[in-house]
Design a protein around this ligand. Structure first.
Ligand SMILES: Nc1ncnc2c1ncn2[C@@H]1O[C@H](COP(=O)(O)OP(=O)(O)OP(=O)(O)O)[C@@H](O)[C@H]1O
Ligand SMILES: [Mg+2]
Length: 376
């Protein structure tokens, strides 16, 4: 839409410019003819002066039009800024009784009967969600499209406030935690990653708190740069060097690369609680398997909530939450859920051609690589 408006403006400017120039040239023509007709009564020097000034009119006209159009565009920016200043505030960024910087120490999360709707008057998306996650536990979240998986995260990050119920992290109700405090302590790898105009370093570590070596090491662990000892890949090195330019919205990276960069951010942040929302849905199966290993080792002591459609990537997690229609339908270890007759998890596994043997094999540490790829 934005682009279309821009093209329209350019086209209109050209249209106006052409007409203004035509008018100016007709003016010149008129004066020249007049001068020629009245050559007896008008002094040639006066006619010459008038003609010279009129000739520069064409130029002046188009400059005025351009300045006017530019001015109007700039006013758009002002208008947008005004609009942003009038937006209601999301909430306090910090609160007086905010938890200490070490929070969350354990990373235990608990949802207590959380009900949430995106806006007043819209139907409830979470309809009484209750579950407890222990510190350091790895939780897979599955469920059909629209079941409310991403909405759980929206509630956890206080993007949308629950209407009823409470969410606590290490015993602290999120209601009493400032937004900035909360969001800097959790790491999120979202379904659609946002990158900003700038360099890769600014994108990965916006606060500038990490050293180059730390960021490069994270890039290696996210498999964006070749690992230690492997042959040098100068193309990847140029693309993922810390000063590599990132275009607006990261359009110079593929969807998969963006997801890996988001994972990199999480690695750099080193949070106690990591949330992955379909973090690897756009990367190929082999890279996904490598990443899962990275996730397992790097986030070994962190609490991990991972939403995934490829079931084989989450069956080695400690427990699985199955969301259905805004509620927690099932919550148990993968094998227990699989063994339960008629469970939703079982039917999802069946659809993905994932047998009990596969699950056992993956959980006992066999590679994730060769299992059937299960996309939704
Ligand atoms: N910003 C929003 N405003 C209003 N309704 C929304 C918004 N985002 C999601 N919803 C609604 O909430 C419901 C749950 O959406 P959610 O994104 O949590 O699903 P999901 O389980 O993550 O699905 P998927 O597997 O496709 O990612 C959907 O019915 C959707 O229409
Ligand atoms: Mg989602």
């Amino acid at each position: 839409m934005e682009n279309r408006a821009l093209y329209m403006t350019i086209a209109l400017q050209e249209w106006l410019g052409l007409r203004l120039e035509t008018i100016a040239n007709f003016l010149v023509l008129g004066i020249a003819l007049f001068g020629a007709g009245e050559r007896k009564s008008i002094h040639p020097a006066s006619a010459g002066v008038v003609l010279t000034y009129t000739l520069s009119m064409a130029q002046v006209f188009s400059e005025v039009v351009q300045a006017y159009a530019k001015n109007e565009q700039n006013f758009n920016a002002v208008e947008r800024l005004l609009y942003y200043t009038e937006l209601p505030s999301e909430g306090a960024t910090t609160k007086p009784d905010d938890p200490p910087p070490t929070w969350p120490e354990k990373g235990a999360i608990s949802f207590n009967n959380v009900e949430m709707a995106y806006r007043e008057g819209l139907p409830l998306v979470l309809k009484g969600v209750t579950f407890d996650v222990n510190g350091g536990e790895k939780i897979g979240i599955v469920g059909r499209t629209g079941a409310g998986k991403s909405s759980l995260l929206q509630a956890l990050f206080k993007v949308v406030n629950p209407q009823r119920g409470s969410i606590t992290i290490d015993g602290r109700d999120l209601q009493d935690v400032g937004l900035t405090t909360l969001r800097t302590r959790l790491a999120l790898v979202p379904q659609d990653t946002t990158l900003f105009l700038g360099t890769l370093r600014e994108n990965l570590d916006p606060q500038g708190t990490r050293t180059d070596a730390e960021i490069i090491s994270a890039l290696k662990r996210a498999w964006l740069l070749p690992a230690e000892g492997s042959p040098v890949d100068s193309e990847a090195e140029a693309k993922f060097s810390l000063d590599a330019p990132v275009t607006d919205e990261g359009s110079n990276y593929s969807a998969g690369e963006k997801q890996l960069l988001a994972l990199c951010r999480a690695l750099i942040k080193g949070s106690r609680i990591i949330i992955l929302d379909e973090a690897t849905s756009s990367v190929d199966v082999e890279t996904d398997a490598k990443l899962q290993r990275t996730i397992q080792t790097e986030f070994a002591s962190s609490t991990l909530l991972c939403i995934a459609h490829r079931l084989n990537t989450i069956v080695y997690y400690d427990r699985i939450v199955v969301m259905d229609d805004g509620k927690v339908a099932e919550f148990d270890t993968p094998l227990n859920l699989f063994d339960k007759e008629g469970s939703i998890f079982r039917s999802l596994c069946d659809e993905a051609n994932l047998s009990r043997e596969d699950i056992v094999r993956i959980r006992t540490g066999a590679t994730v690589q060769n299992t059937t790829e299960a996309t939704n």
